[in-house]
Design a protein around this ligand. Structure first.
Ligand SMILES: *[C@@H]1O[C@H](CO)[C@@H](O)[C@H](O)[C@H]1NC(C)=O
Length: 319
């Protein structure tokens, strides 16, 4: 039996609480197919919640609680397919693939074994000063089925990793789905390297267990194998609508100082200071906050939006 697989990775940013989402529709020939028609209905199809345990079999297709059946659609090697994103906001996405063993109908295949390979990825970009998430804001992601991929039935697995709470083990959020395709007009390539799900990740990878806030990472390493084929001919170009703003929004909080000259003495006020100073990275303001708003020198108080979601996306294909 021959196994091939592929995977695609993307990185994105979204609002924390509302960023949960699913990948219900496969995009074929530029058109959205119906929800859960070719994509296996995932456990989170209603609650949109992420998968958190990379050692679970749910890291494969996230379908352990569902028994719905999906159809298989023909797609030509070399053509572009994709997944839509449904949720609020709909702005995160990633895909991947694996080939069903010979004589096995992909519709009844679980994707087990060391059979997955990555075909596309959109990683986060970090340089120690800023970290950006190019997949942010996308409502769908499209990628190319490598033209050298052998014909046959495959699962296409999309994976998005939200990194906003990834600084502790198990904090990274995985959004996963698998679609069933029949690849036609294929080539004679040999996808590699192959990985298994679970197995590909321990959860300790620097791209999964990562503090994206401080210090800003000097680089971002997308977890999993490299993209096949290495030339990158199998993947679509990265999205052009790259968001390059810093993911952490900061605005300066002004400390009001007033001076009165009613008498010969000058007095000043520094807001609601309690007389103590706030150390670096301490809280210095916010709703219902009653503590000191005076920072220890040389720091200044800034409003930091920690509600943002930062994530990474990948597509795997299994043959
Ligand atoms: C396909 O679905 C995406 C995501 O919901 C949506 O943004 C896009 O407009 C849809 N395309 C068409 C042609 O309906």
């Amino acid at each position: 039996m021959k196994f091939l697989s592929a995977l695609v990775v993307v990185a994105t940013l979204a609002a924390k609480v509302s960023a949960h989402y699913v990948w219900p529709q496969l995009i074929v020939g530029g058109s959205n197919t119906s929800a859960w028609q070719y994509v296996r209905q995932t456990n989170n199809w209603q609650d949109l919640n992420p998968m958190l345990d990379v050692t679970s079999t749910d890291v494969r297709c996230y379908t352990s609680l569902e028994s719905g059946t999906s159809s298989t659609i023909s797609v030509a090697a070399g053509s572009t397919v994709g997944f839509t994103i449904s949720g609020n906001p709909s702005n995160l996405y990633h895909p991947g693939m694996a080939k069903a063993p010979s004589a096995t109908d992909v519709a009844s295949w679980d994707g087990s074994g060391t059979v997955w390979f990555k075909i596309y990825e959109i990683p986060a970009i970090a340089d120690g000063v800023t970290i950006t998430f190019p997949a942010t804001g996308l409502s769908e992601i499209e990628f190319t089925i490598p033209s050298s991929l052998p014909s046959g039935q495959y699962l296409i697995r999309t994976e998005h990793i939200a990194l906003h709470s990834a600084s502790y083990y198990g904090g990274a959020q995985f959004y996963i789905a698998c679609a069933q395709v029949q690849v036609t007009n294929g080539g004679s390539g040999t996808p590699s390297p192959l990985v298994a799900f679970p197995g590909a990740y321990t959860g300790n990878e620097p791209g999964i267990l990562i503090n994206i806030y401080y210090p800003i990472p000097t680089s971002y390493a997308q977890p999993g194998p490299p993209v096949w084929p290495a030339s990158g001919s199998g993947g679509a170009a990265p999205p052009t609508s790259t968001i390059t703003t810093s993911p952490i929004t900061t605005t300066t909080k002004q400390i009001t100082t007033t001076t009165t000259k009613a008498t010969s003495t000058t007095s000043s006020s520094t807001g609601s200071s309690t007389g103590t100073t706030v150390p670096e990275f301490g809280q210095c303001g916010g709703q219902s906050y009653t503590g000191s708003t005076v920072c220890a020198a040389p720091f200044t108080c800034k409003v930091t939006n920690r509600e943002a979601t930062y994530s990474s996306h990948a597509v795997f294909v299994l043959h």
